[in-house]
Design a protein around this ligand. Structure first.
Ligand SMILES: [Fe+2]
Length: 399
């Protein structure tokens, strides 16, 4: 095996330990006592954990300005927060929450060091490139999904007919510190755990088969897929079932926290392929949860990719990678490579079904919407390029 050249960008510091949110005061304190704190919806608050975290920071002498983020961030939200904060002395920003909260904090930390609207700096829309300057940024994820704690981009969206989902990206936007505390994840509702987990799984699989994957990324991604497949059905079980699950459930959340983090490092360094390429355009046109869209498209997107590779490039190394995913999913190597590839697809289909991941029609998408979604979709980095018709057929299969 040859080790192909690679570049890998990562956080300056990663703290991975159940209970590690108690390190937040030390990590933020390194930069100074004036902090902005972004938090999310109600689950962390209801569980009382948010109050504990805030109390501990206040007892340590921090001056905190808080913002709550309850939906995927738009350029307007980021611009309006930056306007409110522009004249404050800020030593660092911390975001505790899911992908939307972390992306908001990430974008604000960058835009406090830039002039004008964030729209000017968004990929595919803006006319300027980000400088990479930012306020120090700490990410504390509470959902195991987007991996935003490890990525160098913040995804901003505007929903509607002229909608978009675009990134503010620079390698220096990767959070300086990622504090990954699996105890924070267990307040996540089962349906969110299921769709976020499918997002992480999509990111891992797409990065693994990406044309930019490396030996360095593969070795991490394969391990993460293995633990995610074990843990996802456990963390997406009902709360009652999780109560009885005890230590096994805590271990499952730890595995999901790890897998989601690795999925972020993988997507930031390898790029993603057809599933996220379609999910990006769906998210621009329709108000729909990103994880559920990725989850619903994953099995079919990978199946169409395998079929096209088998027909047009049967010697492709990507087919061996799909077989390896099948051996991991089946927990057996006693399969022919082709059997293993389709076993992998079966396992993905089974997960989508058992986790109740909704179909596209649940978000108001109909047959007449498919052409414009397909036309706006990309499949850059997919191991084989899929045509407009093939992308449309993936969408149609999941209507
Ligand atoms: Fe994603």
């Amino acid at each position: 095996m040859n080790i192909v050249p690679f570049t890998f960008n990562s956080n300056k510091k990663i703290i991975f330990r159940a209970g590690s949110v108690e390190n937040l005061a030390d990590e933020a304190g390194f930069y100074g006592k004036n902090i902005i704190l972004f938090t999310g919806g109600s689950s962390l608050e209801k569980s009382g954990k948010l109050a504990e975290i805030t109390k501990s920071l206040e007892e340590n002498g921090f001056s905190i300005t808080k913002f709550s983020v309850n939906s995927e961030p738009s350029p307007e939200l980021v611009d309006s927060i930056v306007k409110q904060l522009k004249d404050l002395k800020i030593d660092s920003i911390t975001a505790i929450g899911g992908g939307s909260v972390i992306d908001t904090g990430k974008a604000v930390s960058a835009m406090l060091c830039e002039e004008g609207s964030v729209c000017n700096l968004l990929e595919g829309i803006g006319d300027r490139t980000p400088t990479g300057r930012k306020i120090p940024f700490i990410a504390v994820p509470t959902t195991a999904g987007t991996g935003s704690e490890a990525t160098s981009n913040a995804v901003l969206s505007r929903v509607g007919d002229a909608g978009f989902k675009k990134s503010l990206r620079h390698f220096n936007y990767t959070p300086d510190v990622a504090i990954i505390d699996s105890k924070l994840y267990s307040s996540c509702p089962p349906a969110v755990a299921a769709s976020s987990g499918m997002d992480a799984l999509s990111q891992l699989v797409e990065a693994y088969i990406s044309s930019n994957a490396s030996f360095y990324s593969d070795i991490r991604v394969i391990g993460a897929i293995e633990v995610l497949l074990e843990a996802l059905p456990i963390v997406a079980a009902t709360k009652d079932e999780q109560e009885y699950c005890g230590e096994a459930c805590a271990n499952a959340w730890n595995k999901m926290a790890y897998a989601a983090f690795i999925s972020g490092t993988a997507l930031a360094n390898c790029g993603l392929s057809v599933v996220h390429g379609i999910a990006g355009s769906v998210g621009g046109f329709f108000n729909s949860p990103h994880g559920a869209i990725c989850g619903t498209l994953l099995a079919e997107g990978m199946k169409q990719t395998i079929i096209k590779l088998e027909n047009e490039n049967p010697e492709s190394a990507s087919l061996l990678k799909f077989a390896k995913l099948g051996y991991i999913a089946a927990r057996s190597e006693d399969l022919l490579p082709k059997e293993a590839r389709y076993r992998f697809i079966q396992v993905l289909e089974g997960l989508t079904e058992s986790l109740d991941i909704p179909r596209l029609s649940a978000f108001g998408i109909t047959e007449s919407d498919l052409p414009r979604i397909a036309a706006a979709s990309s499949n850059k980095n997919n191991p084989i390029s899929l045509s407009l018709e093939e992308i449309t057929s993936i969408l149609r299969e999941r209507l």
